[in-house]
Design a protein around this ligand. Sequence first.
Ligand code: IVH
Length: 696
Amino acid sequence: MFTTEQVKEIQAQAANWLNNQNNPIPIKDIALLRNVLRFNEYRYYVLNDPLLSDFEYDQLYKQLVAIETANPSLIVADSPTQRVGNSLNQQFVTVPHLVPMLSLDNSYNAEDLFDFDRKALELSGLAQIEYCVEPKFDGASISLFYENDLLVRGITRGDGVAGEDITQNIKQIKSIPLSAPFSSIGIQQIEIRGEIILHKATFEKYNQQLIEQGLSPLANPRNAASGSLRMKDPKEVAARNLDAFLYHVSYVIGRHPNGSDQLSSHAGSLDLLWQMGFRSPKEEKRVVLGIQGVIDYCLAFEAKRDDLPYEIDGMVVKVNSIALQDQLGMTSHHPRWAIAFKFKARQATTKLIGVEFQVGRTGAVTPVAKLSPVFLGGVTVSSISIHNEEYIQQKDLQLGDTVLIERAGDVIPQIVKSLPELRNGTEKSIAFPTNCPVCKSELFKEEGEAVWRCINIECEAQVVEKMIHFVSKDALDIKSFGEANVRKFYELGILKDIPGIYQLDFVKIGGLEGFGKKSLENLVAAIEASKQQPLYRLIYGLGIRFVGETTAKTLANSVNHLLDFASKTEEELLLLDDVGVKVAKSIQGFFHNPQNIEMLKQLEILGLQLVNTKKEVVEGGSLTGQSFLFTGTLNQLKRSEAEALAESKGGIILSGVSSKLNYLVVGEDAGSKLEKAKKINTIKIISEEEFIQLIK
Ligand code: IVH
């Protein structure tokens, strides 16, 4: 990437500038200054072998910023300053991949690999095949496109055919060069595939921060990496310290004419990527002739996976010759020239030191095994759900037992079995409580069910869990509320039930530690925004047993108003898609409970959408796309008739005044809605007479 001459010049110049910091770096040296910074990024992020201290790097970086600020015309796209993004709220546009991003077939043992080899031998007619074996990085896959040496686009895998353009976020990853000298070998365009990863140490640190903030830790570095790539603010992406391994060249224009260049073998392309300044698995790869060597290398690498600073979940075996790869081709799912070798689930033994009984939002009491903390598959495991009483019996679990636990990929850790042969007589059987561990009321178990339940709907644990569910991402998605705040506000008596979420005393909250002006504003805005969430989210958020997101959508689409469910019979509910007897009974149970009806009425008064605004809109009506709200007493029409009339012309009925409202139709004795609407000048306030004219 840099010639020896250049490196010498870069090092000499950097030392010279740092020794004479009183003299600003002259504008004419801007190109050299950029190279000094690029070279040092490469040393630091790709080679892990920095030449300058962070402080020294920052001094030089600041000088470049100063020169570019004074002379904006000198800024170039691949200047080290151009990583910094300026869009705070990116929209990720979906773009097609030049070449579809296929996934790999999996193998789990030597036999699978022999099969893979046999098929490749048959298809090629060869006696032995040369393979290149490298780690299978456990992260989020991406595709990078360079044109005329410049990074022009970074795309997520998406569905394999098209992904999201996350270029601005990709630029925050310092081991990915903003430019690379492909033109020096005749390449004008190149698409490169790779994996964005998070180092184990970075992941642990990040999770630690989440725990300190009262948030749930992430399951694995892979989820953390893919979540990070889709963050709206590039600055936050930069703070995540992501890294990248590039392992595949999928498209080239301008390669060497006789095909004998480095790109004619997979190993050669990894070397080439390395030479161009990318972090490729150049050192980690191994070229071997014949499948036995492949198996040996895979197993040897598996034995050292825990020593690596990043997570891998297997190895990838690739036919080394690109010509042979082309000959073997691919199925619709995966190439015939490559296969993943998946490592076995990681296992560990530890002690079962206690059992805690947790009460969920539906009252289900779940035993959670407390374990002596043990490091397993990238995370420290100290507790594992052991589901129910039957499970405890099946696995023969006792307090004090040594247990074998396992974690396969991103799967939640599980107890495989206890090791009774290691018992010393001090173990104790696990007693399941007969009363709720929180509210002490008696527990019940329905026939045919394995779960014990607390049926006291005022049980504190259930109330809190219900609120946590209500604000959660898939429900009302009240950002920045979260589990920690629900618990905190509940404990302080600021919040006692779901309607309370919309009646919070922000003065009190503002006085709490950790609530600055900004976080309070965010919270207020998020709560307000949640009032406009579609009806199905509210239904899902109510946490009715057996009503998941899909059923919630079906339910929302079947009514005009949520309270219509109060008068629906079980038979009517059974007519709906994916509503069986169990679900119908549960829905009825919920809507026949006066406390629940009271809560819903309260929520409507507080401004939530109980009307199904997303219902099939009458296409082409004269009021299509216009929203209406009626307030006060109408003289000529009944409220329901007026609403039906508006809907019949394509209008939508809203349940509260907001900036989304187009018309407020005002009858006699209109109250607070009118006052509120007057403050939003986009709302047209009309009389009943004017409404009738509009309909006509
Ligand atoms: S090659 C057409 N090499 O594994 C070949 N993939 O399960 C494309 N992965 O989607 C893939 N490390 O995200 C390849 N060294 C490696 C890899 C690797 C991780 C991921 C990649 C792919 C998935 C397939």
